[in-house]
Design a protein around this ligand. Structure first.
Ligand SMILES: O=C(O)CCC(=O)C(=O)O
Ligand SMILES: [Fe+2]
Length: 335
């Protein structure tokens, strides 16, 4: 028996930035009225900050921790192997990206990433380490199964978002069923504190697609820009993920949903640790996993029903756009 729906607590509430912790269990087994309340909480969060934490999302913690382990082992491989799997073009957006390659703003980013796209796209194969050794083969299998789990969660979250926007719950399905998504493993190597301020691990940016599912390790470091212009810590909450809207969902919603800037800085001290005991001259390494969800490459994105017309006193703000073209343009500008 699922307990009756209770409105989410604000997990972050600072400088007018509100990020609730939403429990997804009513989506699986709640009453229609609980599901509806859950959907409205999501929409409230997406309109207010574009961010929410999600628990009971259905991806087992044991699987998430296996993916983190496999990611750490992957980044520990010799650089020559990783470079053999190197990222090539924004159109494919697959493969290994070495430290300093991505430029979100003026500075160099202090991270390396591995980008994994939809498997089976003939012109854009994934760059797997499976020819190196058995560990590489296991890596491939694990990432493919995790990719699918996240793909399904995208469909489920967008179904809840549709409900919250008074659209049929299957509204988004035909726009997102191909799974043209991007699984990004991130590794922020340890960095000397005195060099830190010359570069930021991930500079301020918004994400590009529909939503992002973000899995953080226990170190933290993610910050979200508040309406007052400050950056507020969004610390990890055990067994929950951070979900945020990207630019395409904001555009699709005629800017009723926000795609908010965020960045990664040096990790705040884990709760309960005394900062004065930290004599080390480096920040520890950090791992995270971002699953960037996108509409199908050929999906036409035009303002959602109910986000414009004389009833809501709002005109359509944007021209229609094809998701694939929009995303390639964005990626080409950063690498
Ligand atoms: O590493 C993180 O926690 C966030 C990374 C991020 O925002 C991104 O890659 O778009
Ligand atoms: Fe991001």
């Amino acid at each position: 028996m699922v307990p009756p729906y209770s409105p989410p607590q604000q997990a972050v509430e600072k400088n007018d930035l509100y990020i609730p912790l939403i429990d997804f269990s009513p989506f699986w087994s709640g009453t229609p009225s609980d599901k509806h309340s859950l959907a409205l909480s999501m929409i409230d969060a997406l309109k207010a900050s574009g961010f929410f934490y999600l628990k009971s999302h259905g991806i087992p913690p044991s699987e998430v921790s296996r993916v983190f382990d496999a990611s750490a082992h992957f980044f520990a491989r010799p650089q020559t192997q990783k470079l053999e799997l190197g990222w090539t073009t924004p159109q494919s957006n697959r493969g290994y990206v070495a430290v300093g390659r991505e430029h979100l703003a003026s500075q160099m980013d202090l991270k390396e990433t591995m980008e994994i796209g939809r498997e089976g796209v003939v012109e854009h194969p994934n760059h797997w380490p499976d020819h190196f050794d058995d560990e590489g083969k296991v890596f491939k299998e694990l990432m493919l199964s995790f990719f699918d789990r996240c793909k399904n969660l995208h469909v489920q979250i967008l179904s809840a978002i549709a409900l919250g926007m008074n659209l049929p719950t299957s509204f988004f399905d035909q726009f997102i069923d191909h799974g043209d998504n991007n699984l990004r493993l991130l590794h922020y190597p340890p960095v000397r504190k005195d060099l830190f301020h010359q570069s930021v691990p991930t500079d301020e940016h918004s994400d590009y697609g529909s939503i992002t599912l973000l899995f953080q390790d226990r170190h933290g470091g993610l910050q979200v820009r508040s309406p007052t212009g400050t950056f507020v810590d969004v610390i990890p909450i055990a067994d929950s993920i951070v979900v945020n809207a990207g630019d395409l969902l904001a555009r699709w919603s005629n800017d009723t949903i926000r795609s908010t800037h965020h960045r990664v800085i040096e990790p705040p001290k884990p709760v309960g640790e005394d900062p004065s005991t930290d004599a080390s001259d480096t920040y520890p390494s950090r791992h995270s996993i971002a699953y960037f969800c996108n509409p199908n490459r050929n999906a036409r994105i035009e303002a959602l029903p109910g986000t414009f017309d004389e009833h809501v006193h709002r005109d359509k703000k944007y021209e229609d756009v094809t998701a694939g073209e929009y995303l390639v343009q964005k990626l080409a500008a950063t690498i």
